[in-house]
Design a protein around this ligand. Structure first.
Ligand SMILES: [Zn+2]
Ligand SMILES: [Zn+2]
Length: 134
């Protein structure tokens, strides 16, 4: 299966994803906006057995942004790397920005558009969901 690697900004945290990514979503929720410092985050779920931390596990810090939802980032440079949900221990939700060459990315749509930044205009034809789904 195809693999792709990724890393945080400083390079301490390195990881590998094997096989295809799950559905990619652009999340416009307030928490993603704050966590990324940008208009939205691009996330994809990956089964934990296809996600491997190659380096820097000890550098990862977790922030429990809402009960049971942990945002995992590099403690050195602050890059968001992935999130994990206590209610879904079989997946991590990786942040696509750190990937070198994500293979076969299919973006499913925009979620939490009710919180979308006024200064960002969606200009594609992907489905828009006012709230999250799944
Ligand atoms: Zn880093
Ligand atoms: Zn979000």
């Amino acid at each position: 299966m195809a693999t792709t690697t990724g890393q945080c900004l400083c390079g301490m945290v390195r990881y590998r994803v094997t096989g295809p990514l799950g559905e990619v979503r652009y999340c416009h929720c307030r928490m993603c906006r704050r966590a990324t410092g940008s208009a939205f985050s691009a996330n994809a779920p990956v089964p934990v057995e296809r996600f491997a931390l190659l380096a820097g596990a000890e550098s990862i810090r977790e922030y429990e942004a809402s009960p049971g939802a942990f945002r995992c980032f590099c403690g050195n440079c602050g890059s968001p790397v992935f999130a994990r949900l206590a209610r879904d221990p079989g997946h991590v939700r990786i942040r696509l920005g750190g990937l070198e060459a994500p293979d076969g990315v299919v973006v499913t749509g925009h979620v939490w558009t009710e919180s979308k930044a006024d200064w960002f205009t969606i200009q594609d034809d992907l489905p828009q969901h006012r709230h999250g789904f799944g």
